[in-house]
Ligand binder design. Structure first.
Ligand code: UD1
Length: 417
């Protein structure tokens, strides 16, 4: 099985081009089910999760063509099957995103329940309750969500918890429902906003985009369009932290610095000089050791849970003591144990990790447990003395396009073996 081998100790210096956002591309491809198009989606990242979403639609009979530079064309015309099977859903929880579109456009959907994952219980009760409130008949049977509806009806939905894919599923479903749907306590993540822009381009009527109250007036049909996915803020943040941890300088290009306010604030607090332009952001540590920072994850625009592990790695070699509080996913601490294998000093108390920075880490074999955890191990490997082997990198291929090429371009000594 492939692993990433890193020789630590090189200071990163250079520019990196950011790919399209995985978490926007996935719902946008799923939303292709809603229209009578075809739609053409550009700036799609070449990632395992994207391939999984494409296979999921293709096995339903949807025509999906992938052109040069990952332009994805989706035409649901020939669809003949409305099932998301366990084999695919268990490899990618975001498969749940086909539930709303299938139900709204075709009146039926059978989607496997995702089950547990390495970062804790991740239920989909809010997706199901919201669709039921819109008139769907839903049974949970044999590990599957079996849903049907003649036409969904608009409803007022107040979400108990801020959920990203939950908001996306319900917003997509509401575009073709009869009447008005109001989603309160909606997620405001940039990826939710990007999906809303795509839906509007297909003819959906949505107001309140970017706020926590979305108002959707259902229409009879949606039409095709072309659309480019927004840049990946988490990939951007990951390369910036990689630069900072090595005391180096990294400029991320083709990105949106305005989606990274909370992350950039923490990098400044860590001692980095941060400069931004309309579509780039640069972090320069000027050879200094970072200072420890306190992190508390929460829904956007607060600090993202998907950047927690990378900042935990930064704190491991920083000056001082930093705390990391995870409020979204209760078990998202697996990387801490692997970081300890590299010599980090971490104490976990309930939902808080207290990290005492050490002068240096030393290379060791470590195992990736989930997508962002694996990014944190790679980042730590960049500063660890000697060789770090990161195993189970299929996790990293789910969410980072060409990570070893991009890091090598910044001067890192990293290869896939
Ligand atoms: C999405 C992102 C993921 C990110 C997460 C939080 C995608 C494909 N994935 O995941 O990268 O880490 O947002 O920003 O976009 N919850 C419920 N009931 C539900 C749904 C969620 O209780 O029906 C809870 C979850 O257990 C969790 C919290 O709500 O504690 C937030 O989860 P959610 O925003 O739904 O995460 P995902 O959409 O799965």
């Amino acid at each position: 099985m492939d692993k990433l081998q890193i020789q630590g100790g090189t200071r990163l210096d250079g520019d990196v081009r950011i790919s399209g956002a995985k978490n926007a591309a996935l719902p946008i491809i799923a939303a292709g089910l809603l229209q009578e198009g075809p739609v053409t989606i550009g700036n799609v990242p070449h990632l395992k999760d994207v391939t999984t979403m494409i296979s999921l639609l293709a096995r339903m009979g949807v025509s999906v063509t992938v052109g040069e530079k990952m332009q994805v064309e989706v035409d649901p015309g020939p669809i003949h099957d409305f099932v998301a099977p366990y084999e695919l859903v268990k490899t990618m929880r975001a498969s749940i995103l086909v539930l709303g579109p299938l139900l709204a456009r075709f009146g039926r959907a059978t989607v496997s329940l995702p089950g547990g994952c390495a970062i804790g219980a991740r239920p989909v009760n809010l997706h199901v309750e919201g669709l039921r409130a819109m008139g769907a008949e839903i049974e949970i049977e044999g590990g599957y969500i079996r849903a049907k509806a003649s036409r969904l009806r608009g409803a007022r939905l107040v979400l108990d918890t801020v959920t990203v894919t939950g908001t996306e599923n319900l917003m997509m479903a509401a575009t073709l429902a009869e009447g008005r749907t109001v989603i309160e306590n909606a997620a405001r993540e940039p990826e939710v906003v990007d999906l809303a822009h795509f839906l509007v381009k297909m003819g959906a009527q949505i107001t309140g985009v970017g706020s926590d109250t979305l108002v959707i007036d259902g229409v009879d049909r949606l039409h095709g369009c072309s659309y480019d996915v927004l840049p990946d803020r988490i990939e951007t943040g990951t390369y910036l932290v990689a630069g900072a941890i090595t005391g180096g300088r990294v400029r991320a290009r083709n990105t949106r610095p305005d989606h990274l306010d909370a992350v950039l604030a923490k990098l400044r607090e860590a001692g980095a000089v941060v400069t931004t332009g309309a579509d780039w952001v640069e972090v320069d540590m000027q050879g200094r050791r970072p200072r420890a920072v306190d992190i508390r994850t929460a829904p956007y625009p607060a600090f993202p849970t998907d950047m927690q592990a990378q900042f935990a790695a930064l704190n491991c070699v920083a000056e001082g003591v930093g705390t990391v509080i995870e409020t979204i996913f209760e078990n998202r601490y697996m990387h801490m144990l692997e970081l300890e294998r590299l010599g980090a000093d971490i104490r976990i108390e309930g939902h808080t990790a207290v990290i005492h920075g050490v002068p240096h880490l030393s290379g060791a074999p470590v195992m990736a447990t989930d997508l962002r955890a694996s990014a944190s191990l790679v980042i730590a490997g960049l500063v660890a003395q000697g060789t770090t082997d990161v195993e189970r990198i299929y996790h990293i291929d789910r969410g980072y396009e060409c990570i070893e090429e991009k890091l090598s371009g910044l001067g890192a000594q990293i290869r896939r073996v």
